[in-house]
Write a protein that binds this ligand. Structure first.
Ligand code: CP
Ligand code: NVA
Length: 308
């Protein structure tokens, strides 16, 4: 079953094919009149369940729009709409949903939930973010870099700040797309060894650098994420803020990278915390392209899952 659960579980050639398909679907839409846009409907007759146990703007809207552009239909469900999380097991939910829908997109808390859903579902499951990973985001980020600067292979990506779920998917991607990844942040908030060890064992060049000046030297891409992720306890927010404040991405920090370095953020951002507004709105920032490319890359992921 072609689930899309974590970047490291998908073959590098398939990842590459997904990005190529996303680029060609994106360019095929450019300049077309609205009436011509819905002629190709590879997901006609398909019903897609979009399940969100956490809030979402981009993932929810881009999947919903993407399914409709491909001619399919969606059912969007939140934690409160379902028995899932209120006593019914994940396995039973997976078995039942598989009798109604052709594909399940799930945003949840524990990574184990998405794996259990995939184990018992008889339809493909796509990871729409867990506490530990966010593969669709990083596929859009790879696509975005390549649109602006060409191949990511051998480029230096610097992840600044908290080693979040998005950072973990970047680590997985570093092994699949052959880029160098430097983590620059406090030791306490480093990404889990499991992700680092996987990337290193798969041949990726992963380094750690607490000093932001040294980390940014030669950077082609600078990426950060919120200081407090959705699953993080609010009780520890002041400690986290103290650890992360030295790693705010400012214009001065961006000047330490290569002159043509790009800036990315999965969004939502907290302006003035992990990144300043001048960087968000500056000429190196490609954050809106990243958000747009969620739509294109997820259409390609869904088509890959459904072989359509
Ligand atoms: N980047 C991202 O996944 O955004 P949402 O939480 O709004 O879906
Ligand atoms: N690290 C963030 C990403 C949001 C898209 C979170 O999990 O809240």
């Amino acid at each position: 079953m072609p689930h899309f659960l974590e970047i490291f579980r998908t073959d590098a050639n398939d990842l590459r094919r997904i990005i190529a398909a996303a680029k060609s679907m994106k360019s095929a839409r450019l300049g077309l009149p609205k009436a011509a846009l819905d002629q190709k409907r590879p997901l006609a007759g398909h019903m897609i369940a979009l399940i969100f146990e956490k809030p979402s703007t981009r993932t929810r809207v881009s999947f919903d729009v993407g399914v409709r552009q491909l001619g399919g239909e969606t059912i969007v469900l939140s934690r409160n709409d379902m028995q899932l999380g209120h006593g019914e097991t994940i396995a039973d939910s997976a078995r039942v949903l598989s009798r109604y829908v052709d594909l399940i997109v799930l945003r949840t808390f524990e990574e184990a939930v998405i794996h259990e859903m995939a184990e018992y579902a008889t339809v493909p499951v796509i990871n729409g973010l867990t506490n530990r990973t966010h593969p669709c985001q990083v596929m859009a980020d790879v696509m975005t870099f390549e649109e602006h600067r060409g191949s990511l292979a051998d480029k230096k990506v610097v992840w600044v700040g908290d080693g979040t779920n998005v950072c973990a998917s970047f680590l997985q991607a570093s092994a699949k797309f052959d880029f160098k990844l430097t983590y620059c942040g406090p030791t306490e908030l480093r990404p889990d060894d499991e992700f680092v060890n996987f990337a290193v064992a798969a041949g990726a060049a992963v380094t750690f650098e607490r000093d932001i000046e040294r980390a940014m030297d030669g950077a082609d891409l600078v990426v950060t994420d919120t200081w407090i992720s959705m699953h993080d306890s609010k009780d520890t927010s002041s400690e986290r803020e103290a650890l992360l404040r030295p790693y705010q991405v400012t214009e001065a920090v961006m000047r330490l990278a290569k002159a043509d370095a790009l800036f990315m953020h999965c969004l939502p951002a907290h302006r003035g915390e992990e990144v300043t507004s001048d960087v968000m709105d500056g000429s190196q920032s490609v954050i809106w392209d990243e958000a747009e490319n969620r739509l294109h890359v997820q259409k390609a992921i869904m088509r890959w899952c459904l072989n359509q």
